[in-house]
Ligand binder design. Structure first.
Ligand SMILES: [Zn+2]
Ligand SMILES: [Zn+2]
Length: 340
């Protein structure tokens, strides 16, 4: 149903020993391969880390891309697709401006990451305001969703079954995403922010290890077929990511490979021309409950492995899927435009 495209499943926002993660690139790639990921995007704090040695490469069959996470008191900003090392700049507005100038993709990391002292995670929300030049948003952060949920009586339960603690993207994050997507391409991703931490409490049960987290929240992208050349394939992946041609899903709840949502023949990230015959349709590998969201409002409901929705005029449409009442899959927006 997605002629000319392949589906790449991977993880964006991964830390290694080049900053405060515990794994080297080999270990990260091995864990990614074991989780059947096609790609990982490594974003160490304030450095391109391995990206200074290799521009992009395959390790153990996994496409590895390198960006960096600008880490400021005003917030964290994941930047991909820029030459050389991350510069040292004064303030988040300067990073956002710089990213735009060099043609990089800058993504607001954990925008509403409140943190939780009980598990020693300080709050790291975005405090730099809605800067118009940011290029995308972490719509769902596994790490901060999990830390939000932990309470004294639930800590052990949530350590044993971390996925069960997740409540999905925050409404205020989705609101920002929908608002900006109405103005132009503004990709949303699901991110782990995985460090593989070995300190307590993370050491318990291997909680938050690469191996445990990679099979969970993944970002799926539709790209033209890859060539096997790391540099070329990284550019292809980044092109899809920039426009949001994809979705993110909690694949440990139900594997979402093969899912597709389209307006006519157009995928999320693309523009579709409004016509009387244009339909929004989805196909899913598993049964789910669906919500069609237009400009931040739920405008349609459905259930099952297939669903079709009528259109209510031009605008940005996305779909949310729930499995057994739990948040599962969120597509990027397809933009329906009027012929004028
Ligand atoms: Zn961060
Ligand atoms: Zn991070």
């Amino acid at each position: 149903m997605t002629a000319g495209f392949v589906e790449l499943v991977g993880s964006i926002h991964v830390h290694t020993i080049k900053s405060d993660g515990v794994g080297d690139l080999k270990r990260v790639a091995r864990a990614a391969r074991e989780a059947s990921l096609d790609y990982v995007v490594v974003t160490d704090h304030d450095t391109k880390g391995y990206g200074l040695e290799h521009e992009a490469c395959y390790v153990d069959g996994v496409l590895c891309l390198f960006g960096a996470e600008a880490t400021l008191p005003e917030g964290h900003f994941v930047v991909l697709g820029f030459p050389g090392e991350l510069p040292h700049l004064d303030g988040m507005a300067s990073y956002v401006r710089w990213a735009k100038e060099v043609g990089a993709l800058g993504i607001v990391a954990h925008p509403h990451g409140g943190g939780n002292a009980r598990v020693r995670v300080p709050g790291k929300p975005w405090r730099a305001g809605r800067l118009p030049d940011v290029g995308g948003i972490e719509a769902w952060s596994y790490m901060f969703d999990w830390t939000d949920a932990v309470r004294p009586l639930t800590t052990l339960k949530h350590m044993l079954r971390p996925d069960d603690a997740l409540s999905g993207p925050r409404p205020e994050t989705l609101a920002w995403w929908d608002e900006r997507a109405a103005e132009g391409p503004f990709p949303g991703i699901g991110a782990l922010d995985v460090h593989g931490l070995r300190t307590l409490p993370w050491r318990l049960f291997g909680l938050m290890s690469y191996e445990r987290l990679f099979p969970t929240l993944c970002t799926h992208l539709w790209t033209p077929p890859l060539t096997g050349d790391g540099r070329e394939d990284a550019a292809t992946l980044l092109d899809a990511l920039r426009i949001g041609r994809g979705f993110f899903a909690l694949d440990s709840l139900a594997c979402s490979r093969g899912f597709v949502f389209k307006a006519g023949e157009r995928l999320p990230g693309d523009n579709a021309l409004l016509s009387k015959s244009l339909k929004l349709a989805l196909e899913s590998p598993v049964e789910a409950t669906w919500q069609l969201v237009k400009g931040g409002k739920v405008v349609g409901l459905a259930e099952g492995r297939e669903a079709a929705f009528g259109l209510s005029g031009p605008g940005v449409y996305r779909v949310e899927g729930y499995v057994r009442g739990r948040p599962w899959l969120f597509t990027n927006h397809v933009r329906v435009v009027a012929d004028d």
